[in-house]
Design a protein around this ligand. Structure first.
Ligand code: PLP
Length: 361
């Protein structure tokens, strides 16, 4: 993209490739990693030389700040195989903007967009054979930064390590759409307004594991988070945002400060508006969901996120009451969104919004 920047990223190519170890017909999420990774270290007040080098272990010191105080952010995005010469990155400007917003909230130095784009392009070129080809598969990209100063003090670190690692992932819906079941948690909240809920920071996820495990032990797939103050308004689900189709209106919980601003969420709302649906971004209470379900106005409920794109919701439990949505599969509206978004990602449908950054490899 930018020659000076491309030259600035020092590339150490791996001597051999591990790609032959990959069983592309049986890919698991996040278990095997591309041959190369990006690395940049921040110290003495600035980011150092960006490097792409063979994927491998990194040296850590037990006193590293991140292990004790959790100053860390990450992103999750995907690249898609279009043809032999083209790999598509989806909404990378949005991902980078969110990455920097997360950094700001966590007092981590922001990163340059040009370095991010160039690093991704170079990683895709170097590891193009790692990008799975079948429809539904993708090349997952995980940028992350953590506080790496070796200092046992609860204060902003002076040193940070920034990496981008990659992983080929299988089709999420290889066996068809299985609607998920959700349960509102008792006695737990995910995030409060003014807290860190809208940042993609590691601690948010650690804090959600116990309520998620308890929901799973009761037979539900995931937790449906309500707002922390009134325990009434719907926020989001695990690693997805949530949407409700009430009659012909798409209702999406608004970004109050405690919800992660999902990029798939944004795409869903933009497409629904394109198609002439009424799109409302507002507070929606769990009571409204139950009432519209009982009155027959609640047509579809689905989650949105990079991992699954669209995830149909078939059941919601709240205070011992349960509603069932749909008929055990994906609704027509959710299916249309899934087809449109994935079609754009694989370069099969016209990209009217300029969401795709195609990389020639
Ligand atoms: C907490 C949370 N909410 C929502 C999402 C969905 O966001 P996106 O569509 O950008 O993947 C994610 C995944 O990144 C997440 O971790």
């Amino acid at each position: 993209m930018n020659e000076t920047l491309t030259q600035r990223i020092k590339i150490q190519q791996s001597e051999s490739s591990r790609v032959h170890e990959v069983d592309f017909n049986n890919l698991q999420f996040g278990r095997i990693f591309g041959d190369h990774m990006f690395e940049q270290v921040y110290e003495n007040g600035s980011w150092g030389e960006p490097v792409i080098k063979p994927y491998g272990s990194i040296e850590i010191n037990p006193a590293m700040n991140v292990f004790h105080y959790g100053q860390a952010v990450f992103e999750g995005m995907k690249a898609f195989y279009q043809d032999e010469n083209t790999i598509n990155l989806f909404r990378l400007d949005e991902h980078h903007a969110r990455f920097n917003r997360s950094c700001r909230r966590m007092c981590i130095p922001e990163t340059e967009f040009e370095t991010f784009v160039t690093a991704l392009e170079e990683l895709l070129r170097l590891d193009k054979n790692w990008v799975p080809k079948q429809m539904g598969t993708a090349f997952y990209i995980r940028p992350f930064i953590f506080a790496s100063e070796d200092y046992l003090a609860a204060r902003i670190s002076d040193r940070y390590n920034y990496y981008i690692i990659t992983s080929p992932v299988g089709a999420y819906y290889a066996e068809g759409f299985n609607p998920v079941s959700l349960s509102t948690p008792k006695g737990y909240v995910r995030a409060v307004v003014g807290g860190t809920g809208e940042a993609k920071t590691s601690g948010n996820y650690a804090a959600s594991f116990l309520p998620a495990r308890e929901a799973q032990q009761k037979g539900f797939t995931q937790v449906l988070w309500l707002d922390a103050k009134e325990n009434k308004y719907i926020e989001e689900v695990g690693t997805m945002n949530i949407h409700f189709l009430i009659n012909d209106t798409l209702v999406t919980p608004e970004l109050t400060g405690s919800v992660l601003a999902g990029i798939t969420r944004k795409s869903v709302m933009e497409l629904a508006a394109d198609w002439g649906y009424k799109v409302e971004e507002r507070r929606i209470s769990i009571d409204e969901v139950f009432e519209t379900s009982k009155s027959g106005e609640l047509k579809e409920v689905f989650g949105s996120g990079t991992a699954a794109v669209i995830s149909p919701v078939g059941l919601i439990e709240h205070n011992g009451e349960t509603i069932h949505i749909g008929s055990g599969s994906i609704g027509d509206f959710a299916q249309r969104l899934f087809d449109e978004i994935t079609g754009i990602q694989y370069g099969k449908l016209e990209d009217k919004h300029g969401w795709v950054h195609s990389v020639k490899v």
